[in-house]
Ligand binder design. Structure first.
Ligand SMILES: O=C(O)COP(=O)(O)O
Ligand SMILES: [Mg+2]
Length: 225
């Protein structure tokens, strides 16, 4: 039987799914690297490093420079990166097509909506405020919320718990292998928006369903019910 109230909540990944944040992450990473005397990366190279949170972004940049970081040094670089990134996190960042419309229309339909991102919570909230999405969200879980980051299931499960919902009543929408992995581990239906920050093909990503654009989500939910 079709369940018009399913899904009860739609959780969204942030970077590469609702926002194109790579240009600001790229600029902030290069400024951080420059401050340590390291050379810059191209936007394309940095885009491939995004998706697993800031500590991994820093680790991946140094790995690409053939440098290993001890945890204390990495944490210092992460702190400097965040000091540079946070005040400029919406300078070049744009909303993905349909992000504002689809979140508003799902909410108007009576569904809960939220964000589950590996990006730290403070930067996440600032960015959502800037784009007028903060007030709309029923739940915002950042990468520093406590549980291990995606692809582990903990951030998604924390969102479900705080919403008081069973994972079976929730859909997660993301762009990368971290999102698909987390959704599957949490037993949450996971939809991939094609064209975000991943080097994998849709077949390799293997989500429960895929859409070319955020605007296709409401119609997809009808077919998944
Ligand atoms: O901060 C990141 O690297 C990724 O964040 P995301 O989980 O919103 O894609
Ligand atoms: Mg993402």
């Amino acid at each position: 039987m079709a369940r018009a109230d399913w899904p009860k909540a739609v959780l969204f990944d942030l970077d590469g799914t609702l926002i194109d944040s790579a240009p600001d992450l790229h600029a902030a990473l290069n400024q951080t690297l420059e401050s340590y005397g390291e050379p810059p990366f191209t936007l394309e190279a940095v885009t491939r490093m995004i998706g697993a949170g800031v500590p991994k972004l820093v680790e991946r940049a140094y790995a690409a420079l053939d440098k290993e970081l001890d945890p204390a040094t990495r944490d210092r670089i992460v702190d400097r990166f965040l000091k540079i990134y946070e005040p400029r996190s919406t300078e070049l960042t744009t909303l993905c097509a349909g992000a504002s419309e689809v979140t508003r229309s799902l909410k108007a339909d009576g569904r809960k909506i939220g964000i589950v991102t590996n990006k730290p919570g403070h930067a996440t909230k600032e960015i959502l405020q800037h784009f007028g999405l903060f007030e709309l969200m029923d739940i915002i879980i950042g990468g520093d919320a406590g549980p291990p980051t995606k692809p582990a299931p903990g951030l998604l499960l924390l969102a479900c718990e705080r919403l008081g919902l069973d994972p079976a009543d929730v859909v997660f929408v993301g762009d990368s292998e971290n999102d698909v992995g987390a959704g599957k581990a949490a037993k949450i239906t996971v939809v991939a928006v094609i064209g975000g920050y991943t080097t994998l093909s849709p077949e390799e990503l293997a989500p429960d369903a895929a859409v070319d654009s955020l605007a296709d989500l409401p119609a997809l939910f009808q077919t998944l019910r």
